[in-house]
Design a protein. Structure first.
Length: 279
């Protein structure tokens, strides 16, 4: 029945497109593509590998200064291009904070998948007693983010909850610097008991959190980069942060772990013997 309804809807909307556009073939094609993606969303909604002409062309950029973001050669070697984010203590305030981030478009579904490869260099990311947010799911009307992924004292740390007072911290192990790590996040965004967070690191499931993971307001928007709130008010143990990202993907509710695993042959391919699933 659902398939029949979708087919009928597609037929009617395409017919409408023919009438509205005066049978302009290119316009009808674009309109039909938009309808198909609405009725049958693709598994990957946005993808960035930094090999194109317009990196982050589909997202909002929060770069306050030239060094905040550049496309560079892979620090691990090879010809692959990656995104380099840099934040310094003396950088100007950008969007009410010390940040070098990108903000993805508003979401229209509570079930989403997110993934990327991240490389943290030992030379430009020294130990700090304070933490750095490298991913956040930000609700504009909710104040500080309910769900974040951070580096805290050289450890990966995931924080989530539906209230500031009840958020939980999950430490996912020591950051091995000067190497690539691949993370997949599956989040069913919900304020109550139906919420779910699953995290895979280098193909192994390392976290499952059930329950509220957002405030009782609008759906969150995903942010990637470096955000260091403390530098807007005080000094910390360091004055510089550099981090590299690659293979950034935002997946729809149709996506899965398999869809977001690294492609064979990429420089950050999972090492031999890595467990792909650990349920």
């Amino acid at each position: 029945m659902q398939l029949l309804l979708k087919s009928a809807t597609f037929f009617c909307l395409t017919a409408l497109a023919l009438i509205v556009t005066g049978y302009d073939q290119s316009a009808v094609s674009a309109f039909s593509t938009a309808i198909k993606q609405t009725l049958n969303p693709p598994k990957v909604l946005i993808e960035e590998d930094f090999n194109g002409r317009d990196p982050f062309g589909q997202v909002h950029q929060q770069f306050g200064i030239d060094h905040a973001f550049t496309v560079v050669d892979d620090p691990a070697g090879g010809r692959n291009k990656v995104g380099r984010f840099e934040l310094r203590e003396q950088d100007p305030i950008q969007s009410n904070g010390k940040r070098s981030e990108v903000l993805f478009p508003p979401q229209d579904h509570h079930d989403r998948w997110y993934s990327y490869s991240v490389y943290i260099p030992s030379e430009h990311f020294k130990w700090d007693h304070d933490n750095d947010i490298i991913s956040q799911w930000h609700q504009a009307t909710g104040g500080s983010p309910a769900t974040t992924f951070r580096v805290h004292q050289d450890n990966f740390m995931f924080r989530t909850g539906n209230k500031k007072a009840t958020r939980k911290d999950y430490y996912l192990g020591k950051v091995e610097k000067d190497k690539w790590h691949h993370f997949i996040f599956h989040i069913i965004h919900d304020h109550g008991k139906d919420g779910l967070v699953e995290v895979w690191q280098n193909g192994e499931k390392v976290l499952e959190h059930k329950g509220g993971n957002m405030y009782d307001t609008d759906l969150p928007r995903w942010k990637v980069g470096i955000y260091k709130a403390s530098w807007a008010k005080r000094k910390t143990s360091t004055t510089e942060r550099v981090i590299y990202f690659d293979n950034i993907k935002l997946g729809s509710e149709k996506s899965s772990v398999e869809d977001l695993l690294l492609a064979t042959g990429k420089h950050k391919q999972l090492p031999a013997g890595t467990k792909l699933f650990n349920y």
